[in-house]
Design a binder for this molecule. Structure first.
Ligand SMILES: [Fe+2]
Length: 331
């Protein structure tokens, strides 16, 4: 059966959620649960409203989408991002590029060092376990970005893949009793030494304080577009749960971590130069390259993020800042 035929039979493609049949772009799923490659489009050209709607719907349905062979300047990267909403600064803690404050450039060298020191890290606050890089972007602020957009500029021939996990599928895979428990919980997310916390903090170039940050999020958020329930668990930032004893929280963190990292909820993306990846940060956890420490080749990616709102829980609770400001928006 061809991909087109499968997409015409949405029940067969991915659960009961209907899929749309695109007219402007080509969508090829990479797993039944998460991830699709989008082709038939040149992102350097102006996009009409219908094409943008189709891209947005593809992200909604597949959680993360992959574009290949897109030669984008920094301005073109930002112009594409703005089709999905206003952009934030590069990061609440780290600086963006001097002439593009929205763009966060990351080189492998820095992460390599960080991974090598993982075992001996002792300064600042950190999550209770080493969770191998699985995270949702910047949930230490109360209004984490809605979309993350990552563009590969310098990519090694092998190594440096990125993993993505569908947090709606992870929620739906829990037993009803555990879902009910999770529905009623709120988690404290905070910056750690891993996020660049700890040590001396200089103000960002825009005059804002780069943390420390902490926020209170519902453990289960209602997806802002689809109304689905999302297991909004960030292995990198959750320190504890409101109202739970520390030992109870530690077991729950282990259980949730085991669930969100189950292989059947994942897609693994192999980068090439000029690949562009867009994911729904309201429904996806991801793990940056888990093999940084094992390859010595250059790897450079650029990230922009599209602003998000305050996540909402099943009972209507809206996420709250506990420490530090909300993430600002540049437009
Ligand atoms: Fe990330």
């Amino acid at each position: 059966m061809s991909t087109a035929e499968i997409l015409d039979r949405p029940q067969a493609a991915a659960g009961a959620r209907p899929k749309f049949v695109p007219r402007r772009i080509v969508i090829e799923p990479v797993t039944p649960v998460i991830g699709a490659e989008i082709s038939g489009i040149d992102l350097t050209r102006p996009l009409d409203a219908e094409t943008v709607d189709e891209i947005r719907a593809a992200i909604r349905d597949w959680r993360v989408v992959f574009f290949r062979d897109q030669q984008l300047s920094n301005d073109q990267l930002k112009a594409f991002g703005r089709h999905l909403g206003p952009l934030t600064p590069a990061h609440p803690i780290s600086e963006g590029l001097d002439d593009h404050p929205e763009i966060w450039e990351r080189a492998a060298d820095e992460y390599r060092e960080r991974r090598r020191s993982d075992e001996t890290r002792a300064v600042g606050r950190r999550p209770p376990r080493d969770y191998k890089g699985w995270h949702i972007d910047i949930t230490f602020v109360a209004n984490p970005n809605r979309y993350s957009i990552l563009y590969g500029t310098e990519i090694p021939a092998f190594g440096g893949d990125t993993l993505f996990a569908n947090l709606v599928a992870a929620y739906e895979g829990l037993s009803p009793a555990i879902r009910t428990l999770a529905d009623g919980l709120k988690a404290v997310h905070q910056t750690s030494a891993y996020d660049g916390g700890g040590g001396e903090r200089r103000l960002r170039k825009d005059g804002r304080k780069p943390g420390p940050f902490a926020s209170l999020h519902p453990l289960v958020r209602v997806h802002p577009e689809t109304g689905e329930r999302v297991l909004f668990f960030n292995a990198g930032t959750v320190s504890h749960f409101e109202g739970l004893k520390e030992r109870e929280g530690a077991f729950l963190i282990d259980l949730l971590y085991t669930e969100i990292t189950r292989p059947e909820y994942q897609a693994r993306f192999r980068w090439r130069p000029n690949s562009l990846v867009v994911w729904d940060n309201a429904a996806v956890s991801h793990a940056g390259p888990i093999d940084y420490a094992h390859f010595d080749l250059p790897r450079v990616v650029r990230r922009i993020t599209v602003a998000g709102d305050l996540p909402q829980g099943v009972d209507g609770f809206r996420s709250q800042p506990l420490e530090g400001e909300l993430f600002n928006v540049l437009g």
